[in-house]
Design a protein around this ligand. Structure first.
Ligand code: NAD
Length: 289
């Protein structure tokens, strides 16, 4: 399949690289020339614009920061919907609002383009290793057709419902991840304030019922206060907004999600937006003087 990858950032770069390694013919486009050059060095091709990137593609994958960037790349006279051909797949792997996903999908379908929302979980590590969890919304036949490609990028790949459903599952994922980071931060503060070695303490937690992927991957760096992203606070703040809006639309109350959203907002307000989301620890530290 001739595949185009738009958005070669922390996640998109290694994902596109994995497709090249798996033998896909991959063309990359990003606002950053350096990111495109990195892909070319691995055997991909470069495009200088969205229309050039989309020309002749069987599949266009977008991996962009937020809803406005996906709308900018999808719509308009230079957009992928205008330049895509009938039968082309548009797989949006960005984390965006479910209603934006549905709107882009509706417009794509009118043009004969086959849309899927396929946000991911697993972080940069999962993107590099090709072990992402991928939650896919859209037509079941389109999911089946694109599954082999998604299987290169992830190990848990599920169809979860119609257009936008993938984004709703991702919102649920993000509220859980944010909550766990907040609680791991509180556990570290409690252990340190009590004079207990946090390394030994969290080693035990990681092996018991409290164990999680977050404790497995991030406990050592959190204790050392190393917050190189990974996943930026800015992006998680965006995702908590998506989760709160989704809850409002569904007519449900998610009190813990509300609290985590405020802590994430505090992290951003305190100037930590470009740090990894494990820097939620800095907010809990500050609350405790
Ligand atoms: P990033 O900021 O590192 O990458 C985004 C890329 O998109 C950048 O290279 C940027 O130059 C490019 N871009 C922005 N606007 C563009 C445009 N109009 N045209 C072309 N390129 C454009 O972000 P990321 O961490 O790779 O995240 C991408 C998406 O994946 C986000 O929605 C994020 O929430 C989600 N996500 C990230 C992680 C993570 O751990 N980083 C994990 C899961 C999901």
């Amino acid at each position: 399949m001739k595949t185009t990858f738009i958005g070669l950032g922390i996640m998109g770069s290694p994902m596109a690289a994995n497709l090249v390694r798996a033998g896909y013919d991959v063309t990359g486009y990003d606002l950053s020339d350096a990111s495109v050059e990195r892909l070319v060095a691995l055997g991909g091709k470069a495009a200088a614009s969205v229309p050039e990137a989309v020309a002749g593609a069987d599949v266009v994958i977008t991996m962009l920061p937020d809803s406005p960037q996906v709308e900018e790349v999808a719509f308009g006279s230079d957009g992928l919907l205008e330049h895509g051909t009938t039968g082309m797949f548009h797989v949006d792997m960005s984390t965006i609002r479910p209603e934006t996903s549905s709107r882009v999908a509706k417009a794509a379908t009118i043009k004969g383009i086959r849309p899927l929302d396929a946000p991911v979980s697993g972080g940069e590590r999962g993107a590099v290793d090709g072990t992402l969890s991928i939650m896919v919304g859209g037509h079941p036949d389109d999911f089946t057709a694109i599954s082999p490609l998604l299987g290169v990028l992830g190990t848990t790949v599920r169809h979860v419902g119609p257009s936008g459903a993938g984004q709703t599952v991702k919102a649920a994922n993000q509220l859980v991840v944010g909550g766990i980071y907040g609680l791991v931060a509180e556990a570290i503060i409690l252990l340190e304030a009590s004079g207990v070695d946090p390394e030994s303490g969290l080693d035990v937690l990681a092996g018991g019922l409290a164990g999680s992927r977050i404790l497995e991957l991030r406990r050592h760096s959190m204790i050392k206060r190393e917050f190189t992203p990974g996943f930026r606070i800015d992006l998680h703040h965006k995702d908590m907004g998506i989760a709160i809006a989704a809850a409002r639309r569904a007519g449900v109350s998610l009190p813990l999600t509300g609290l985590v959203a405020q802590l994430m907002a505090a992290a951003k307000a305190q100037g930590h937006g470009s740090l990894d989301h494990s820097a939620l620890l800095k907010v809990i530290e500050r609350i405790n003087g």
